[in-house]
Design a protein around this ligand. Structure first.
Ligand code: TXE
Length: 478
C-alpha cells in the first residue's frame, strides 16, 4: 500500500518511529494508503533542516524567489488532473470541484510570488530631524497547520506567503487528507526549491501538531481548524509568546431580504449551503428569510435541491460527494438527530444515503430543517456538513440580533436590493467578511478571517506578508 512519507530537507523519509496511520477513501470507506505518524523527533529533524536553509533563503533576491514559487504554480497546473483525482479520493469531494481548488492552489503561489516582489516597507520623516524606515524581516522558521476540508488549497494559502516572505517552513496537513501535500513535495524539488525551505511532517494533531506548537525554534504558527483546537494551541503557544494566526470555525448567516433578487439568492444559496458537502468554514448554515418571501424562497430552494445529485465523486453531474471521515459523518448525523429533538422539521434529506457502488461510503443527503429558534444548539454550534436551517424574520434589527447571536464571527451573506441597507448591515454585523449579493467571490488581496471565536488575525494579501515578517524600525538622525 502506498505510503505518505515526510518531506524533510528535500527528501522523502519514513517517520523515525516507523509508525503509520490508515488513510481512508471517504467514498468507499476503504483504507487506500498509509500516512506517516510522526512525532517530536521528526519535527526536530525538520527544524534542523529549516534552520540550515534559512540564511540563504532569506537572502535570496526577491526575483529568484519569485521564479521558484511561480514554477511551483506552473507544475501544479501541469499536474492538475492527477492532483485533483488524489484530492477527491482523499477528501470525498467531487473531482470537478477538486480541479477548481487545484487551480486556486497554483494561484496562491503565483499571487504570493508577486507579493514578494512588491512588498515594500514604510518610511516616516520625523520633523526635519530623522528618517524612520521599517525593515520587514522574515520571522525565521514558521509552522503551518492546515485542515481537511480544502486540503491543498489551504495548505498552499499558508506556505506560499510564508516562503515568499523569506521564511523556512514546517508544515502539517490534516492526517485525514495528507495526499496532495505529499505530492507537492516532489513538485517543489522539480521547481528548484532549495532543500529545507519547505518541510512537510505528517501525523496526528495531538502528536506532531502539538510538537510543532511546543517547539521553541518554530517562531510562528499559522493554523486553520476547529475552535477547540485553536484555543488549545493558543494556550500552549502563549508562554513562548509565539506569533499566532488562527482561522477557526464559523456559524454563518445567509440573510435574504424580501427586496432581493430571489432567483439569484436561491441559486447561490444552494452553493453556499452545500458546496464541498457544506464543509467550508464560509458556508451559510443559518438561512434567515424575511417573512413575506419565506414560503416562496423555501419552495424554490427545495425545488432546486431536487437537482442536487449526491454520490460518486468522479461523476461530473454529482454536486455533493462524501463526508471526509467516519467520525465527522457521525458528528453531522448526530446534529440532525439533535435538531429533531429540539423541534426541527426536516424538509428534505436528514439521513445518510448509499449511492449504488458506494455502499460503504459516508454520504449525507443535503438537509434543510425549519421550525427551530435562533438560540437552540443546532443554530449556535458549527455542524460543518450539508445541513442548513431556515429561520423567518420580520425586521432588520431582529435579523441583525439573531445573526450576531453566535460565539462565531466569520462571514455573512446578505441578499438585498437596497444599497443603503447593505451598507448599514455590513457595518453592524460582527463578522470578518460580509458578502452582498454574492458568495465566495474571492480576491486574494483582501483580509480573510474572523472575529470572536472564529479566530485571531487575518490572512490574505499584505495581512499574510505582515504576519510572516517582523517589522523593525530603524531611526536615522540627520
Ligand atoms: O479539526 P482540528 P477537526 C471545524 C469543524 C470540525 C471541527 C473539528 O467544525 O467539525 O473543526 O475538526 C491539527 N496541536 N473545522 O477535529 O482537529 C490537525 O491534525 C496542533 C473548521 O478535524 O482542528 C489538523 O491538521 N495541531 C475548519 C488541524 O489541526 C493540531 C476546518 C485541524 O484539525 C492539534 C476544519 C494540536 N493539539 C474543521 N490538534 C475551518 N476553519 O475551515 C489537531 N491539530
Amino acid at each position: 500500500m502506498e505510503k505518505v512519507l515526510n518531506f524533510i530537507e528535500g527528501e522523502f523519509r519514513e517517520p523515525v518511529g516507523v509508525a503509520f496511520l490508515e488513510n481512508y477513501n471517504p467514498a468507499t470507506g476503504q483504507v487506500y494508503s498509509l500516512v506517516s505518524q510522526s512525532e517530536t523527533q521528526d519535527v526536530d529533524m525538520a527544524v534542523v533542516a529549516a534552520k540550515k536553509a534559512l540564511p540563504a533563503w532569506k537572502k535570496m533576491n526577491a526575483d529568484d524567489r519569485f521564479r521558484i514559487l511561480n514554477r511551483i504554480a506552473e507544475l501544479i497546473e501541469r499536474d492538475l488532473d492527477k492532483l485533483a483525482a488524489a484530492e477527491s479520493r482523499d477528501q470525498g469531494k467531487p473531482v470537478w470541484l477538486a480541479k477548481t481548488e487545484m487551480q486556486r492552489a497554483a494561484q496562491n503561489f503565483r499571487f504570493f510570488a508577486t507579493a514578494a516582489m512588491q512588498f515594500a516597507s514604510e518610511s516616516h520623516q520625523t520633523d526635519s530631524r530623522a528618517i524612520n524606515y521599517t525593515l520587514r524581516q522574515p520571522v525565521g522558521v514558521v509552522g503551518c497547520i492546515s485542515p481537511w476540508n480544502l486540503p491543498l488549497y489551504l495548505f498552499t494559502w499558508k506556505i506560499a506567503p510564508a516562503m515568499a516572505a523569506g521564511n523556512c517552513v514546517i508544515a502539517k496537513p490534516s492526517e485525514f487528507t495528507p495526499f496532495t501535500a505529499y505530492m507537492l513535495g516532489a513538485l517543489c524539488n522539480e521547481a528548484g526549491l532549495p532543500a529545507g525551505v519547505l518541510n512537510i511532517v505528517h501525523g496526528l494533531g495531538s502528536g506532531v501538531g502539538q510538537a510543532m506548537v511546543e517547539h521553541p525554534e518554530i517562531k510562528a504558527i499559522s493554523f486553520t481548524g476547529g475552535t477547540a483546537t485553536g484555543r488549545h494551541i493558543a494556550s500552549v503557544a502563549a508562554p513562548m509568546f509565539k506569533k499566532l494566526s488562527l482561522e477557526l470555525g464559523g456559524k454563518n448567516a445567509n440573510i435574504i431580504f424580501a427586496d432581493a433578487d430571489l432567483k439569484e439568492a436561491v441559486k447561490t444559496s444552494v452553493r453556499s449551503s452545500f458546496l464541498n458537502q457544506g464543509e467550508i468554514c464560509l458556508c451559510g448554515s443559518r438561512v434567515f428569510v424575511e417573512k413575506p418571501v419565506y414560503e416562496k424562497f423555501k419552495a424554490e430552494l427545495l425545488e432546486e435541491l431536487k437537482q442536487l445529485k449526491t454520490g460518486n465523486p468522479e461523476d461530473d453531474a454529482v454536486r455533493v460527494g462524501a463526508i471526509v471521515s467516519k467520525q465527522h459523518f457521525e458528528k453531522v448525523l448526530s446534529y440532525i438527530i439533535l435538531a429533531k429533538e429540539e423541534g426541527g422539521v426536516v424538509l428534505t434529506g436528514g439521513e445518510a444515503v448509499t449511492p449504488a457502488g458506494f455502499e460503504q461510503g459516508w454520504f449525507i443527503a443535503p438537509t434543510v430543517i425549519e421550525g427551530l429558534g435562533w438560540n437552540c444548539r443546532t443554530n449556535q454550534e458549527e455542524i460543518f456538513g450539508p445541513v442548513i436551517t431556515l429561520i423567518p424574520f420580520e425586521t432588520e434589527d431582529e435579523v441583525l440580533q439573531m445573526a450576531n447571536s453566535t460565539a462565531y464571527g466569520l462571514a455573512t451573506t446578505l441578499w438585498t436590493g437596497d444599497l443603503k441597507r447593505a451598507h448599514r448591515m455590513a457595518e453592524a454585523l460582527e463578522t470578518g467578511i460580509v458578502w452582498v449579493n454574492c458568495w465566495l467571490l474571492r480576491d486574494l488581496r483582501t483580509p480573510f478571517g474572523g472575529m470572536k471565536q472564529s479566530g485571531v488575525g487575518r490572512e490574505g494579501g499584505w495581512e499574510a506578508m505582515r504576519f510572516f515578517t517582523e517589522p523593525k524600525n530603524v531611526c536615522v538622525a540627520y
